[in-house]
Design a protein around this ligand. Sequence first.
Ligand code: KG4
Ligand code: ZN
Length: 339
Amino acid sequence: MTVRVLGIETSCDETAAGVVADGRLVLSNIVSSQASFHERFGGVVPEVAARKHVEMITLVLREALDSAKVGPGDLDAVAVSAWHGLFGALIMGVAAAKALALAYRVPLIGVHHVEGHMYANVIAEPDIDFPHVCLTASGGHTMIVYVRNHGDYQVLGETRDDAAGESFDKIAKFLGLGFPGGPLIDRLSKAGDSRAFAFPRPMIRDESLDFSFSGLKTAVTNTLKQYLAEGQQFSTADVAASVQEAIVEVLVKKAVFAARRRGVSTIAVTGGVAANTRLRHLIREVAEMEGFRVVIPPNALCTDNGAMIAAAGFHKLIRGKTSGLDLAPLASAPLSEGS
Ligand code: KG4
Ligand code: ZN
């Protein structure tokens, strides 16, 4: 019997819903991005995000159900990103999920947003090895997680300040590139020289698996201010490529270090930053040279989407981890929340 789970994601600026069969087959994955509404502010405005979710959620849900060819009687559960994100934005998805679960008389499943990202790896590779090490990096978090099994996580390291995606976004804003900065820096870097600027690789030699990215932005702004003060020319593409290289090198080095230290054979990479071309290339190059298997989902599953929440929801459903209609969103919660 096929188990179909609807996943809803509204933790930040994407209104998203997807239907996944048996936790692995994506039947639909609809994402409505609000990026153009936030662009002029240079970042996500929580109030605007929440309002846009209200406008878009029913349309996105209808499209997700229609394109999956799923009717009211065909859904087995409704999963929703409930923990970790903008509170006002999370509330919208959770309210919609409760209404649908109630109307369809199916279980409601709260999912930690970061756990959702990690399930993009399970969709990409349903037979992924356990335990494995997962690097997950987005605009709201950067973590290295030891994944013992479904729902069994140990956070080995995380950022002490800015998330990797946040760092891309802030530096792109400073360079006047637009929002979101990650994809813009990624594109521009292709025309730049990554060795043009020796930006710091924060904590790269540190034994700890934590990250710190806030100093990188300061280093970039100080360097460029000095160039301007001295009347020196610089290429924005070179700056972009050098920044990208610094961030990516730290992420790759720590992920491989963690995998070596924990003796696993597989490294999974997910979250919006996993869409980065250079990261995808370098992690494969470095990890595969050392004999690790690398799992990286396609870009559409790395950035926020409903299918990853549905897949996580499926695995919680079979573990009996459903939520009550009193499910309360939390802006920040440990990864183990509800797992
Ligand atoms: O996972 P996600 O869609 O939303 C959050 O949970 O935050 O990640 C969005 C983040 C943004 O910071 C964005 O700039 C970054 O992921 N991002 C990228 C790329 N695509 C998205 N960063 C670097 N290179 C990319 N190609
Ligand atoms: Zn995310």
